[in-house]
Design a binder for this molecule. Structure first.
Ligand code: ZN
Length: 431
């Protein structure tokens, strides 16, 4: 299952809008979820969609009510939660309304600054990570941070809380680290609803993402435990399906928290036992319990357990991760390959890769193909082409079997790149 139907639904936010509680609370799914609360004195909006879906969500809000937005809360500063505000601002300007109070954690400001500094890099990361669903035309796909909206009310510090009342309804905001260091979640006691932002998704948490900065597994687990104390009846996740019913809410929060504790504590235990990454990773893979594997809310649509092991290790460990001084200042991998090809010719390595491939040992086969590809200057074009074709074939198979959206995209992007190289070399050989 590469991208299951549920996976695509998740990514495109193809869930229906839902009105719940007393008919004054709404979840408006886009790429991520926006929550809308109606009060006597105006509206509270929790998150805005990605810029491309901003108009759609704006129209949905305006089909429900004409009241002014009084508060806009950013669950965190990611592009799919804090950037699709333009139609809302335009309306405010046109009607001469007062700008709503915009609430975020203080770290969101640092994040927006970082986005400006790393704009092109982030654009590239996102084009890789979301390759299968990103719009093909570049126009409009940009998440340029030039247009970010700075909050007017900041939650400050690690234990930050902020409450306000609008039209007789209390809104309680809490900051906890998890996917990001600027996360905010919302509890509305009168409506018994929690908005989690990306602290909860219909997927294994996005932790240990191969492209992204550090996430916080333990703080994340504890945040979910704090949410559990609320005994909420409704839960609006950052992405995915609306969760309704006390038992379902409890189940989603507790299993996710348990899984995060499991991976965190398992890695910590092994670090204390003096183990290095490879051993920790494989031991953790061997003990991954079925109850997590099988739970719908932990399906590896976005984040996955394998990545979470990396995240925890990286949180507490430096980059020297093998315990082998050979790896401290390693030679170039191309140079190693060229030396190996002097001992045994490229054909022998490729044949060995083919035999591993035929035994379905795809990963080992890739390592042997890479000796041939990295030793390019010692390899003739025909053999090099065969190695490229085999690598492409293996990666396609891996992509088909891969449940993680991010991993699938990484592998498929490489297949596309290989396609170009194969085409180029074939043309060269025909001439
Ligand atoms: Zn998100």
């Amino acid at each position: 299952m590469s991208e299951s139907k549920e996976g695509m639904k998740f990514w495109l936010g193809m869930y229906p809008s839902v009105t719940f509680a007393d008919g004054k609370c709404h979840i408006l799914p886009g790429f991520g979820n926006t929550a809308l609360f109606e009060t006597e004195l105006g509206l509270v909006l929790f998150d805005v969609p990605i810029r491309q879906l901003a108009q759609k969500t704006f129209n949905e809000v305006r089909n429900i009510t004409n009241k002014q937005i009084k508060y806009l809360i950013f669950s965190h500063g990611h592009f799919d939660h804090a950037f699709g505000f333009e139609p809302f601002l335009k309306e405010i300007e046109e009607k001469g309304w007062e700008i709503p109070k915009i609430i975020g954690h203080e770290n969101i400001l640092r994040r927006f600054k970082k986005y400006k500094m790393l704009d092109q890099y982030h654009e590239w990361i996102n084009s890789q990570q979301f390759a299968s669903i990103a719009p093909k035309d570049k126009k409009g796909s940009t998440i340029s941070p030039e247009y970010s909206l700075d909050p007017s009310i900041l939650l400050v510090g690690n234990e930050a809380k902020y409450s306000f009342n609008l039209g007789g309804i209390d809104f309680d905001l809490y900051h906890d680290k998890g996917e990001t260091d600027d996360s905010i979640w919302l509890w509305v006691p009168e409506k018994e609803v929690i908005c989690t932002g990306d602290l909860l998704l219909s997927s294994f948490p996005n932790i240990g993402n191969p492209y992204k900065v550090q996430r916080y597994p333990l703080d994340w687990a504890l945040a979910l435990e704090k949410m559990l104390e609320k005994d909420a009846k409704f839960l609006i996740p950052g992405h995915g399906k609306f969760i309704e019913g006390r038992e379902n809410v409890k189940d989603a929060l507790s299993i996710t928290s348990e899984a995060l504790h499991f991976v965190h504590d398992g890695v910590v235990k092994r670090l204390n036992e003096g183990k290095w990454f490879e051993q920790i990773y494989h031991e953790m893979m061997d003990i991954f319990p079925d109850k997590f594997k099988k739970h719908r809310i932990l399906s590896p649509i976005y984040g996955c357990y394998r990545f979470a092991i990396h995240a925890t290790y990286r949180l507490y460990h430096g980059w020297y991760d093998t315990g082998n001084p050979t790896d401290l200042f390693p030679a170039k991998s191309d140079e190693i390959a060229i030396e190996l090809l002097q001992i045994t010719d490229a054909r022998t390595y490729l044949n060995h890769a083919i035999s591993l491939f035929e035994k379905d040992n795809f990963q080992l086969a890739l390592h042997f193909i890479d000796i041939v590809l990295k030793g390019r200057e010692k390899v003739n074009d025909d053999l090099y082409l065969d190695a490229l074709i085999l690598k492409s074939k293996i990666l396609k198979k891996k992509a088909t079997d891969e449940p993680s959206f991010i991993a699938t995209n990484i592998i498929s992007n490489a297949v596309n790149q290989l396609k170009g190289e194969i085409k180029f070399l074939k043309q060269k050989l025909v001439k």
